[in-house]
Write a protein that binds this ligand. Sequence first.
Ligand code: AMP
Length: 536
Amino acid sequence: MSRIIGIDLGTTNTCTAFVSNKIPRVIPTESGFNTMPSVVTFHPDGTVLVGQAAKEQMLTYPERTLHGIKRLLGRQGSSRTVQELRGYFSYKIVTGEKGLAAVEVGGKIHTCDEIQSHILKQIRRYAEINLGEDIPDVVIAVPAYYSDQQRALVKRAGSLAGWNVKRIVNEPTAAALAYGFNRGFDQKILIYDLGGGTFDVSILEITGNVFQVVASGGDMFLGGSDFDARIQDWILDMLRKQYKVELDDDPAALQRVRSAAERAKIELSLLANTEIRLPALVERRGKSIDVNMVLDRDTLNSLTEDLVGRTISVIDRLLEDCHIGKHEIEEVIPVGGQTRMPLVVDAITSHFNRSPRKGIHPDECVALGAALLGDSLAKIDAVTLLDTLSVPLGVSDRNGKLKVLIDRNVRLPHKASMDIATQTDNQTVLELDVYQGESEIPVQSAEYLGTLIYADIPPAPATTVKVNIEMLLDAEGMLSITASNNQSGAPKKITLTTVERPTNDDSLEERRGPGVVPPEPSSGLKGLVRSLWSKK
Ligand code: AMP
């Protein structure tokens, strides 16, 4: 039996691990690093650079160097999330196939799963060189909040890289495995995962080798890059005041400032102050300007304390939601590079009255846990994972708000079943938009997963046909849907279809449609969901 390796396909860095003699170990890159930057450059000469080589092109080819793709993967190009992310990245984000966010480089459109597959191919290469064997199977960790669609695309990226993705595992669950596998614990832990782009928090109960997710939540717009942005703004402000320089129209200079900001932040995790040097940053009146400034830890802390405070508020809300007291948490496991910041360590320590668990490598534990899971898949019942849905799943209600059908934190696998009666005489088609997002938010802010179209309704008077829809979320959070009706035909498997939807707020009326689509004339969605969705 060949071994199954574990991969943490991170926003910023990717890490890979395998298990040897029951011990999980990181597989180093060819240059000997334990992680590889999750960066891909489409060089003008046609070569595709991946990892460190690509990261080095960030300044020279900011529009061709793709990073943070994990945040765009599987999201609608028109979604708010993607609109906001446009401001973060120097490369061109477009709407590609099926309305999904894609990237345009040199006039060519690349899908996000294709870009992720370049990263995975590179990993595959160095893993096989390192282990000296063919590795057909992998376990890939994904954020707990990833939608069904995003999970499917990660699997696709894996297969484009030539792998069988044996299992998708949630990152916090993998981190918990790295901490507690085979240790005989009986405790509640909290995974505090502050990475490059997102903050995720999960509470797990570990009983022996049973890992049960009690609840998870987070903030998809809070991560290391927000800390960098605060420093970047501080530098830009100083440039304006001290050097009378504006960089707005100079992407290369801005990229240099962004890199310097991140470097300063990382240095300030170790040092009390750091020098930011940007020689020949810009030219003014034909003279190049060298920039030198000092940033100290106290200033960094005051620039970013509200960001750290937001992580604590997310935790408090989650604890409150699941009626768990702070004192019940026996360990806080730090995951993600940003947890190395002393301010983060201090905030956790003072909030929980205990310091975050030491000895866990925040950049490696997810990959180590995924490898442990991969290893245990070959063995019967070595480990039991009881995961939950972290973002509710639902449809649009008649006010354009998300009506939740499967709530957050339900145990996976989970099946929801509902009956929908036809609204009009001779209605033959039922059409519903499916979303993942928080309850009650406008659907524009939720993640559109696709449209469920059921066209097998026999013509009959209104309300006489009931369509039964069953949604199954499996243990990996993958969604499958079947529909049947009470008059004819066998249950039918339904794949969500992408239907172009208007996105701005003014178009809410249109967005509410089409819901149940009668043959003609169209009556839109009004009044539809009000009476129709009822959980069995
Ligand atoms: P991850 O997505 O887990 O790889 O986390 C990457 C984020 O962690 C980036 O925003 C890095 O700038 C940040 N990071 C890495 N090392 C440190 C450090 N020593 N101190 C503060 N932030 C760090």
